[in-house]
Design a protein around this ligand. Structure first.
Ligand code: PGA
Length: 263
């Protein structure tokens, strides 16, 4: 299975910059043919223009958040229907930068349900704070997030994919990634927790586990390996063409080599 690389452009790029980087990525994927699944998540307002650039390419479009209702008096929120209209097929839910502004596990669960209902692949972020890690409560924190979020979520249907991204808050945007073995221990815990909630066969078929938090070209292979994490959620390193393509090349060396030898 190809690894999944998800770009979270946050609020870092303007409209022109987003379209330009999306166009560069499309051109690059057409030449390099990396053996990865790629999803780019620009800001809401850039969804349509980036969607236009990505149309017809292998690069998928995702949003950075979604509201649980389809329509209504919800100022500033975005409907899953509108995200679908832009060509979006995935959505980040419960990113720590939103949790820090007050988003709760219950709200994240409602958003996950809305995403699944409307055919969007949820990319659900979990992860402990620095304080929870210091007090040795990281496992409990992640488990609680998962059980609350998935408590009211029906099992994904055949063909639906749910991403669970382990992103320790202290590793996001800090340049201090988690220790690979510690991150792996949490992956095992996430897998075990999901198996307590859903049939094992369903978990293996429908869930993909990602690591995120200060991932770059030099460290991604510590996390994304067969039998370990199946992909990564990337912030900083996804926001520039050079760092992003270098990172992808480091998890998809086979396709690049193939292309080079065929030249
Ligand atoms: P980072 O961000 O790669 O800059 O640490 C990751 C994320 O926010 O998902």
């Amino acid at each position: 299975m190809n690894p999944t690389i998800i770009a979270n452009w946050k609020m870092q790029l303007g409209l022109g910059e987003s379209s330009q980087l999306a166009r560069q990525m499309v051109e690059w994927t057409q030449q390099a043919m990396p053996s990865v699944s790629l999803i780019i998540c620009p800001s809401y307002i850039a969804l349509q223009s980036v969607g236009h650039e990505l149309h017809g390419s292998i690069v998928m479009l995702g949003a950075q958040d979604v509201f649980w209702a389809e329509r209504g008096a919800f100022t500033g929120e975005e409907s899953p229907l509108t995200i679908r209209e832009t060509g979006g097929s995935a959505v980040i839910i419960g990113h720590s930068e939103r949790r820090q502004m007050g988003e709760t596990n219950d709200q994240i669960g409602r958003k996950a349900l809305a995403a699944l209902t409307h055919g969007l692949m949820p990319i659900i972020c979990v992860g402990e704070s620095a304080d929870e890690r210091t007090r040795g409560q990281h496992e409990m924190a992640v488990q609680k997030q998962l059980t609350t979020i998935f408590r009211s979520t029906p099992p994904p249907n055949q063909g639906q994919i749910v991403y669970v991204a382990y992103e320790p808050i202290w590793a996001v945007g800090t340049g201090e990634p988690a220790d690979p073995d510690e991150a792996e221990a949490i992956r095992v815990l996430i897998h075990r927790t999901l198996i307590d909630l859903y049939p094992a066969e369903l978990v293996d078929r429908s869930f993909r586990m990602l690591y995120g938090g200060s991932v770059d070209a030099n460290n991604i292979s510590n996390y994304v390996q067969p039998g370990r994490y199946q992909g990564s959620l990337i912030g900083t390193a996804s926001q520039k063409f050079d760092t992003f393509t270098k990172l992808i090349e480091s998890v998809a060396p086979a396709a690049i080599t193939q292309k080079e030898t065929s030249l």
